[in-house]
Design a protein around this ligand. Structure first.
Ligand SMILES: *[C@@H]1O[C@H](CO)[C@@H](O)[C@H](O)[C@H]1NC(C)=O
Ligand SMILES: *[C@@H]1O[C@H](CO)[C@@H](O)[C@H](O)[C@H]1NC(C)=O
Ligand SMILES: *[C@@H]1O[C@H](CO)[C@@H](O)[C@H](O)[C@H]1NC(C)=O
Ligand SMILES: *[C@@H]1O[C@H](CO)[C@@H](O)[C@H](O)[C@H]1NC(C)=O
Ligand SMILES: *[C@@H]1O[C@H](CO)[C@@H](O)[C@H](O)[C@H]1NC(C)=O
Ligand SMILES: *[C@@H]1O[C@H](CO)[C@@H](O)[C@H](O)[C@H]1NC(C)=O
Ligand SMILES: *[C@@H]1O[C@H](CO)[C@@H](O)[C@H](O)[C@H]1NC(C)=O
Ligand SMILES: *[C@@H]1O[C@H](CO)[C@@H](O)[C@H](O)[C@H]1NC(C)=O
Ligand SMILES: [Zn+2]
Length: 312
């Protein structure tokens, strides 16, 4: 049996260690004694709640909400926004320097972007996104964790507020017939061999921006619902945004995540299948179809006008 019983002691995977709450709970992904099936028992206050994440998004059931406007991203084009990359024993976490923020997108205020981390399965052959869309699971999922700016990165305050955190979910799919693409992901993945053991970290050199990692995603189109952290203690404090477009990454880079990292020391298993199972469905909303078809109609009209005026 390759799934050795390991109890991971995690202190707030979602919070930057410096501001982490003292609460420690033993949980893991694979040992039957602490896997996600046990979380409702070992952390019942929230993990057994009624607005838990992740969910399967049924696209046809998403209600239309014209308030779901564009986000404003601050610092996402900076090639020095990413500070450090760490193997936490449950995921790979990239922490950000100060000054990275989001607003708009029908959020109640601006939110500081603190970190991103990833969820994956066992290579492209065995997908491991947390959210699924119409039943489809993607190879990986990237989560950017944001905390209400008014809380000044105090995550204890943020998790006590039903809208204290805003998580941005990006689904990751294979870019067929390529290797090492995009270059930003090649750079990110190049750090993995230096953080193969739990607790190891590396400084990220200036060079790639968050925009580079999120390339190919039209960030105007997304699903929205209210949910929770997807790791214990599963606080129901998260405004979730899951973007409709996926990030496309070469298979060889996706496969590196499930082959480079250990959940503890060199003798421990590789970090694979690091995602929580699907929770009960929640009301999901999205941008009205009418507005995009209006825009298309509008640009078609402009193109026609351009043709008539001989500008194309
Ligand atoms: C990690 O490995 C060390 C050394 O083998 C061991 O003492 C420790 O208990 C392990 N930690 C976990 C969480 O399994
Ligand atoms: C976060 O806020 C709480 C409540 O106000 C406070 O007790 C705690 O010390 C703060 N934590 C940090 C790291 O500032
Ligand atoms: C979880 O909640 C359900 C109903 O809300 C309850 O029946 C069950 O006993 C709870 N489980 C735990 C472990 O608290
Ligand atoms: C989606 O909508 C259909 C038809 O309205 C309904 O039967 C189904 O339960 C809904 N599914 C979810 C997951 O909300
Ligand atoms: C959109 O925002 C307005 C003003 O805040 C609010 O009254 C309305 O309920 C919102 N619509 C939806 C669908 O949430
Ligand atoms: C992951 O995949 C590799 C090869 O593709 C296989 O050898 C290994 O057993 C798999 N691990 C798990 C936990 O499924
Ligand atoms: C990995 O570590 C080696 C040895 O410490 C260092 O030379 C190399 O620059 C590091 N690579 C990255 C991508 O940080
Ligand atoms: C990175 O590792 C070094 C050496 O173990 C440690 O001193 C430092 O605090 C770690 N940094 C982070 C951000 O985990
Ligand atoms: Zn996550």
């Amino acid at each position: 049996m390759n799934l050795i019983a390991v109890v991971a002691v995690a202190v707030c995977v979602l919070a930057p260690s410096a501001h982490c709450a003292s609460k420690t709970i033993e949980w893991c992904y694979h040992d039957p004694a602490c896997s996600d099936r046990t979380w409702p028992t070992i952390a019942p206050q929230f993990c057994n709640g009624t607005r838990q994440s992740p969910i399967n998004i049924v696209s046809a059931n998403a209600s239309e909400n014209a308030n779901l406007t564009e986000f404003i991203f601050q610092g996402y084009n900076s090639i020095t926004a990413m500070a450090n990359i760490k193997n936490t024993g449950e995921t790979v976490k990239v922490s950000f320097n100060k000054g990275v923020k989001i607003s708009g997108g029908d959020l109640p205020e601006s939110y500081d972007s603190l970190q991103f981390h990833l969820h994956w399965g066992n290579g492209t052959a065995s997908p491991g996104s947390e959210h699924t869309v119409d039943g489809k699971r993607f190879p990986m999922e990237l989560h950017i964790v944001n905390s209400k700016s008014s809380y000044k990165e105090n995550t204890t305050l943020a998790v006590a507020d039903s809208q204290g955190l805003a998580a941005l979910g990006f689904l990751i799919e294979e870019l067929p017939n390529t290797v090492d693409q995009p270059a930003s992901w090649k750079t990110l993945a190049s750090y993995l061999s230096n953080i193969s053991l739990a607790g190891e970290n590396a400084t990220i050199a200036a060079g790639i921006s968050l925009d580079d990692l999120l390339s190919g995603v039209n960030r105007r189109n997304y699903y929205r619902y209210l949910g929770s952290l997807t790791t214990p203690v599963c606080n129901e404090a998260v405004i979730w945004t899951v973007f409709k477009d996926s990030i496309k990454v070469s298979k060889n880079l996706i496969d590196l995540f499930s082959t480079s990292l250990h959940i503890n020391d060199t003798a421990s298993p590789l970090m694979v299948d690091v995602f929580r199972g699907i929770q009960r469905s929640q009301p999901v909303s999205t941008q009205p179809k009418a507005s995009s078809s209006t825009k298309t109609g509008y640009s078609l009209a402009l193109m026609t006008l351009g043709l008539v005026m001989g500008r194309y």
